[in-house]
Design a protein around this ligand. Sequence first.
Ligand code: SF4
Length: 358
Amino acid sequence: MNNSIPRKKTRQISLGTLKIGWGSRVAVQSMCNTDTRDAAATLSQIRRLEEAGCEIVRLAVPDAEAAKAIGNIRKGTAVPLVADIHFDHRLALEAVKQGVDGLRINPGNIGGKDKVAEVVRACRDRRLPIRIGVNAGSLEKHLLEKYGHPTPEAIVESAFGHIRILEDLDYREIKVSLKASDVLTTVEAYRLFSKQSDYPLHIGISEAGTIHSGTIKSSVGLGILLSEGIGDTMRVSLTADPVEEVRVAYAILRSLKIRQRGVDLISCPTCGRTEINIIGLAEEVERRLGHITEPLTVAVMGCVVNGPGEAREADIGIAGGKGVGMLFKHGEIVKRFDEKELADVLVREVEEMIKSKK
Ligand code: SF4
């Protein structure tokens, strides 16, 4: 089944060579957790992120040294770079000078309208987008007083406050995010906003947690939003190697058939019929096929009774027997192998299948 989720119409902006908004793919973003001042370490992480499919990389810019280091990072990568800046507009000006493709700032907290105007002047020629990133944890005092706590309405009102500052300067290269660590608050905030505005949206659940809990929260929250056609770029925030964020983002997009990059692994939950180590095999196969970028469905099933049938949609797979496994392609058994060989056989067959498709 192909994805038929209608995407909400948002206006299109450009981030470097990447188009963002309606008519473009939902783009996957992550954020380096290296020290931005260490350009070599940051570039090496950017390369790993790019290999995993990351299309936008955000960099924290806490001081002038970090802003200056962007120049060297810029020279080493073509991936669209976004500088994440709080409170100090001079860092934004320096980041623009050093070649970033976009900024993440909140115009209301970088020190007054004249300073925002300076930043906008620097962005205007290259039409650099500015992402307004509202976070429930740092809402303006007057909104907390008005709403009592960070409600979806308060988050949305905060976003429009920041947007107004840019619109008053006649600047509309804007992307918006409305993040909270609470899934339902986040979802409602995005829904409310998207009813009222067509600015493109960057979606994410803030401070989602570790690989396990963060993946679950992000999958639920981003899954709901994407299934409603909301979201032009996305980030899965995890307390982990950022490469994991990219992997999870693609798994979410794949499960909704929005994007098909990489192997979709189907594996059975195992049951009393299982006579080989399916859990170990599935984990090994997933790890060893992590580098594949072509869309392919691979199954690892516990038995021949139900295995190939249950995984009929798979391009290729293994169904276990007693100390053996059958290789099957498109639901039909092809050949039997000893359990010890199964991981190697499956990985080799997948790689050959991909080569023959090219
Ligand atoms: Fe059990 Fe076979 Fe289904 Fe796996 S594929 S859960 S082993 S019946």
